[in-house]
Design a protein around this ligand. Structure first.
Ligand code: FAD
Length: 303
């Protein structure tokens, strides 16, 4: 039996959970590329998330869980799988003590940082300008301007197969753009608990605004992208290496190495995912040939 028919049949019992057939990934990725996902579901709570996954037949393809799609390159041909979009899992509340904040996987990092600011809690300012969700941020150990998730995360509620466990930050094995969630199949973040410090809201806001100004000054925010395309190689900066190799402006179809920040591949003009991938491959090849450094994509490339 086709996994989609069985999934639809089971999900019809839960009409409160929105499911879209053949939903273009380009509507949900910051690159604005990617073909249709066979099914895209939008659970609003951890309970609906569990129900959705339990309706995906075992014999079908492994479901894919996404946040705001700000670090994803989805294939132009689309994905014959269930994509669970967590964007509506936005519950945000004070944690068990006054210095903690509890955030659903689909809260944006900006919402979480604003919530903390309003409660006079400092530590999440670095995350305010990162356009992803809390779940994506934990999975990627997102970071910027000397801050990263590992510094503020107390732990996360994680679903692994059918077990739900609260994993401490240590157990999540957070390191540079890496967590255990990335490694283990069928492992998903449902909620995160941040441990912060008391601070003056005016100072917190001022820091968030300063960091946003730095972003605007250095990053090509006028064009679709997924932020830094490559991880920082040991002892180097990817953007500097790419610029030194003369690759700013390198173009395939509508995709281009940004003139403003060589570490960003942008969708300049109607790019496909294939265009973006071709630029990524060419940049890696030329940087390898000219400097001997192997650039590793930070962007998650889906097949
Ligand atoms: C303009 C721009 C600037 C950026 N700046 C930064 C920056 O300064 N620092 C930085 O670190 N990143 C940056 N990024 C990249 C991106 O925002 C981060 O990697 C972010 O953490 C991705 O979150 P997301 O919700 O969009 O995840 P997605 O892109 O949707 O997914 C990324 C990965 O996380 C997984 N994932 C998502 N949610 C869950 C979940 N609930 N459970 C399990 N796995 C999950 C997905 O399966 C996928 O493997 C930038 C991107 C853009 C477009």
């Amino acid at each position: 039996m086709d996994w989609k028919l069985e999934f639809d049949r089971k999900m019809s019992v839960f009409p409160e959970i929105k499911v879209l057939p053949d939903e273009p990934m380009k509507r949900h990725t910051s690159f604005r590329t990617g073909g249709p996902a066979a099914r895209m579901a939008f659970p609003k709570t951890a309970g609906e998330f569990l129900l959705t996954l339990s309706c995906a037949p075992e014999y079908g393809p492994e479901p894919f869980v996404m946040g705001s799609g700000t670090n994803l390159l989805a294939p132009d041909a689309g994905l014959d799988r269930l994509v669970v979009n967590t964007r509506e899992m936005r519950r945000l509340e004070p944690g068990p003590d006054p210095y903690t904040v509890c955030a659903g996987a689909g809260c944006s990092l900006r919402q979480a940082a604003e919530f903390a600011c309003a409660r006079g809690l400092t530590g999440l300012e670095f995350a305010h300008g990162i356009p992803g969700t809390v779940g994506g941020g934990v999975c990627m150990n997102a970071g910027a301007y000397d801050g990263e998730m590992s510094q503020v995360l107390s732990g996360a509620l994680v679903l692994s197969d059918t077990d739900i466990d609260y994993l401490s930050a240590d157990a999540l094995e957070l390191s540079y753009r890496h967590s255990i969630v990335m490694e283990q199949p069928r492992t998903y973040v449902l909620q995160a608990l941040f441990r912060l410090r008391p601070g003056a809201p005016a100072d917190i806001r001022a820091k968030m605004e300063t960091l946003m100004e730095r972003r605007k000054a250095s990053q090509p925010l006028d064009f679709p992208s997924a932020g830094s395309t490559f991880k920082r190689p040991a002892g180097h900066y990817a953007g500097t290496l790419i610029e030194q190799c003369g690759l700013k402006g390198l173009r395939v179809g509508g995709a281009e190495v940004s003139e403003k920040h060589a570490g960003f591949v942008i969708n300049r003009d109607g790019a496909t995912s294939a265009d973006i991938l071709a630029v990524i491959d060419e940049v890696r090849k030329r940087v390898r040939e000219q400097t001997g450094v192997e650039l590793e994509p930070e962007v998650r490339i889906l097949e």
